[in-house]
Design a protein around this ligand. Sequence first.
Ligand code: F6R
Length: 263
Amino acid sequence: MRIVIQSDASAVAAFAAREIANQVAYKPHSCLGLATGGTPVGAYRELIQIHRTSHLSFANVTTFNLDEYVGLTANHPCSYRTFMNEHLFSHLDIPLNQTFVPIGDASDLVTECIAYEERIGLAGGIDLQLLGIGSDGHIAFNEPGSSLGSRTRVKTLLQQTRIDNARFFDSMDLVPTSAITMGIGTILDSKAILLIACGEGKAEAIAGAAEGPLSASLPASSLQMHPCVTLVVDESAASGLMRADYYRMSERERHRLEVGTGQ
Ligand code: F6R
């Protein structure tokens, strides 16, 4: 696991945007896995900037979002489809029919989950998956206790997750109780994973993900199993890491040797 500690949230956003842009520049037909929530907003803003200033095209990119609330229509103001259109897709040259978000109001949710997995497979699998992390260590909506081998399915949201996400809704009662989410197994099938986290509220989850035991009780710890994971965190989110000095040294070595150490 590579752990990159940045000074603040804007440096995390810039780093993440550069990684995504490099992936698309290297492989214009990339398949990207994308996340919603507060953390990626800055990275998407930076990516839009790169698209405009460097003329990086997303015309051949395909994207798959991690999750969507059950019961919300695609055009609901709080749906993740709306979030992605507003924060990213409408600012890029990517055709909307190459962007996939699970259909939260599908009449048959089980069929939708199976179809989502199939669509990812048909696209050739995800080249780079962007992740945030919940304060309880969830990735996508794989709440603590999720099977480490899980695939796309419906998950009930923990009350804490609903409270954390209530800021996007007019009232707590309106926060859905379930979501369609890629599974941990789905995420681990990605060729590379980039997890971003900012703020003290994420410190415990980041420490558990990077340095805790592998456990379904902290879903992000499953990333320890993957050969190509980068965690990019600000100083506050890094504050619980026991080996922070080592990670900083490892990054310096990486730049000095110009090789990919640190996984
Ligand atoms: C969103 C997602 C969630 C968030 C996590 C952190 O698509 O999959 O796992 O990444 O809840 O959310 P923020 O960034 O709002 O703290």
